[in-house]
Design a protein. Structure first.
Length: 586
């Protein structure tokens, strides 16, 4: 019998591993950055000294390995397979049957779907595994011992796994009534003990509030809410009740019929799991997660080559434009892609961790160091209490750049306590209290010069355009800043500001050459004056192209055709086409 369960578990493990690796492999590195496990006694004491602390400690220990591509799917598949294994053993105790895989996999299904949500904390799955394990042990004990075990286990499980203890108490009570146990009425005391544990635990500070002491919301982003977090809590009692009900049904008489019956259930569960993935799997974020992985690892060519226009979003366009800027080709290839106003360069601030991370990356690339640091800190404090290693690295960099060495040293010490980031942190100790080393470094030195120029700006600006207008002339080597500045103005169709900027800055050390897109904008500055175009750096090629475009517009207008459609194939990637037909509201 156990051999059968082991074989089924291995099959399920392989299926999950395949699905995670093929479809959701970038989900796990994305999740890893939202917590930071540290190998210190202080971190252990802080984590273990709260309700569910053991489950949290284990989940964050395992999650730190998600940063290595391919590790996350293995860990997640292994834990979820354990859920399926123990729920099958538990169902067997109630139904006395081993041919109900669909019923036994209901808890697994609910947790599998939750695993695909990056706002869900793996602590909930670890806690559920503890619940099933201790509940399975409970069902193997004699009635008298079971009662004592249940009473003693409840406060222990509250500390180990948190609010999942309420599901344990309910399930243990349900088991007694479904199996007509001799202590079924005495087991009502379980509910009282769980309530007392949660209330006393909250009063003593082990839980932040009563809601998180009683409900599964403790395993989800505290700023958000989803009803899906409750499905796994419904699934276990439903599984137990169904198991008791189906106990009365006759099993298939022959081995062949039994195999067919089990096979049908596996197919049905596969179909339900597929529908769950389609409906709740956040498939629309997969491309974003992949792009985020490349951005985080500074694989800018991969960001560009992996971009496809079938799944467009402003966030993905921001990431693409960031990669173009890092490669020095944002101004050159700006209109090769479907830009939709300045929000494809920088998203609106929505108070989320993910937008804070992106804004930090964007401002860091532009050379606006103080704002990059601000958003890095915002993302860091908005992540799990244990921290955000990705943004902690950015805080190290920005504090080294600004010369805030004691603060940088404090952050380096935190990263040195981790498994994956300790080498990076140790390498950056070289720059502490060493201005010359910082200024000699290619990246940090350039950013420090930008920061020094930023401190001399007479006013404090909250938008990047106003800051860059002052920063770019003062720091000519900041080519990404110029690319972003001109792109902001062009995508916002702010031709007057662009004209003034070009007249003041073009042919200076900060702006030596113009791309075709930038030249096309000069034509719009004075559309009826070819002499003005040439004076302001427009090439003969672009001048001739502009004259041909104007003639084509007139011809299309006379013919009664839709100019946006008629001109798209030949001029769709020009600034003239963008200026005339892009409404920036998509």
């Amino acid at each position: 019998m156990k051999r059968k369960y082991i074989i089924s578990s291995l099959i399920l493990f392989v299926i999950q591993l395949t699905a995670f690796h093929l479809v959701f492999r970038y989900l796990f590195p994305f999740k890893e950055q939202l917590q930071m496990f540290q190998f210190t006694g202080q971190y252990a004491a802080m984590t273990l000294g709260q309700a569910g602390g053991v489950a949290l400690y284990i989940s964050e220990f395992l999650s730190q390995f998600y940063v290595v591509m391919g590790t996350g799917p293995v860990i997640a598949a292994f834990i979820l397979t354990g859920i399926a294994f123990f729920s099958s053993l538990l169902l067997k105790k109630i139904s006395l049957r081993d041919d109900l895989p669909f019923v036994s996999l209901l808890p697994w299904l609910s947790l599998f779907i939750m695993q695909l949500d990056y706002d869900y904390q793996e602590q909930g799955t670890i806690a559920y595994l503890f619940l099933l394990f201790f509940l399975w042990l409970y069902t193997n004990l004699k009635p008298g011992i079971r009662l004592i075990y249940g009473i003693c286990m409840i406060p222990v499980l509250y500390w180990i796994a948190g609010p999942i203890v309420h599901l344990f108490a309910l399930s243990a009570l349900l088991f007694e009534f479904l199996t007509n146990g001799s202590k079924k009425y005495a087991s009502l005391v379980y509910l009282l003990i769980t309530i007392l544990s949660a209330v006393i635990g909250t009063y003593l500070g082990f839980s932040r509030n009563l809601k998180l002491a009683f409900l599964p919301d403790a395993y989800y982003d505290p700023m958000l809410h989803t009803p899906r977090i409750y499905y796994s809590w419904y699934a276990l009692p439903v599984m137990m009740v169904l198991g008791a009900y189906l106990k009365k049904w006759k099993e298939p008489a022959s081995s062949k019929k039994k195999c067919i019956w089990i096979g049908i259930q596996w197919v049905a569960m596969g179909f339900v799991a597929y529908l769950g993935i389609i409906h709740w799997g956040r498939l629309d974020t997969i491309d974003h997660l992949e792009q985020d992985y490349y951005i985080r690892n500074e694989k800018w060519d991969k960001v560009i080559t992996s971009f496809n226009q079938t799944t467009l979003s402003k966030r993905r366009m921001c990431g693409l434009n960031l990669a173009l800027a890092h490669n020095g080709i944002l101004s050159e290839r700006l209109l090769d892609y479907p830009q939709r106003g300045i929000e494809t360069l920088m998203l609106r601030w929505d108070q989320s961790v993910f937008t804070a991370e992106l804004h930090s990356d964007l401002y860091y690339c532009m050379g606006i160091i103080s704002t990059a640091q601000k958003f890095a800190f915002e993302a860091f404090v908005s992540s799990h209490p244990s921290g955000n290693p990705r943004m902690l690295k950015r805080l190290v960099e920005t504090n080294l750049i600004t010369g805030a060495y004691p603060t940088a040293e404090k952050y380096i010490q935190l990263l040195e306590n981790t498994w994956y980031y300790k080498d990076w942190a140790a390498a950056h100790r070289y720059f502490l209290y060493n201005d010359q080393a910082v200024e000699r470094d290619k990246e940090l030195g350039a950013r420090r010069r930008c920061w020094k120029a930023e401190t001399l700006i007479p006013e404090l600006y909250t938008d990047p355009v106003s800051t860059l207008i002052h920063l770019v002339p003062a720091c000519p080597e900041n080519s990404a800043g110029l690319q972003y500045l001109t792109s902001f103005l062009l995508l916002n169709k702010d031709i007057e500001t662009y004209k003034t900027l070009q007249e003041n800055l073009y042919r200076s050390p900060a702006w030596r050459d113009m791309t075709e897109c930038q030249q096309e904008a000069i034509v719009i500055c004075s559309p009826n004056d070819p002499h003005f175009w040439l004076e302001h750096g427009v090439s003969i090629k672009v001048r001739n192209k502009a004259l041909a475009f104007m003639q084509k517009v007139q011809a299309v207008s006379r013919s009664g055709q839709n100019p946006a459609v008629a001109l798209a194939s030949e001029y769709g990637k020009t600034y003239w086409y963008y200026y005339m037909f892009n409404t920036m509201d998509k």
